[in-house]
Design a binder for this molecule. Sequence first.
Ligand SMILES: [Fe+2]
Ligand SMILES: [Fe+2]
Length: 179
Amino acid sequence: MANPLANWHTDHVNFARLLDLLEEQLAAFHRAESPDYELMGDILYYLRVYSDRFHHPPEDVAYARLVIRDPAIRLIVNRLLQEHRVIATAGEELVNRLNEASGDALVPRAALEAATATYLVYYRHHLSTEEREVMPRAVQVLTEEDWAAVAAAVPVSPDPLFGDIVLERFVALRRKIAS
Ligand SMILES: [Fe+2]
Ligand SMILES: [Fe+2]
């Protein structure tokens, strides 16, 4: 069975593009302009429905097996597993701040700005650790049996933004990315 690492790498590249778009919105804050709340909301929605639910869970299974094959990597892996939870929580926090900001005139802009920055830092750090330290090791030590267990544990879901069939909600975001 083919391992999913190439797909995970593609996801990481896609996530990084979305984080760059989020950062552009953060820059709008600094110029005292109004960020595109709708765009930010769509990015967060995607990262929460796709990444949090279908990208991180199979990684959790693979990483647990990686620690068994290579106990020396335990510390790094434990941090990554924790980051999956932190990213989900930070994403929820950011969505709450976004909803307040887009719905209310008295916007706690500093809180939204901080939540966005926090999310960016965690996510980017996470992606880079996976790419640099963990995926190269996984390809070396995980077995066919490990990858079969990963595949059996979590169903593969089509990507609703970067995949062939784009979810209605993501049509505008997809166009923005393509332009
Ligand atoms: Fe991850
Ligand atoms: Fe990942």
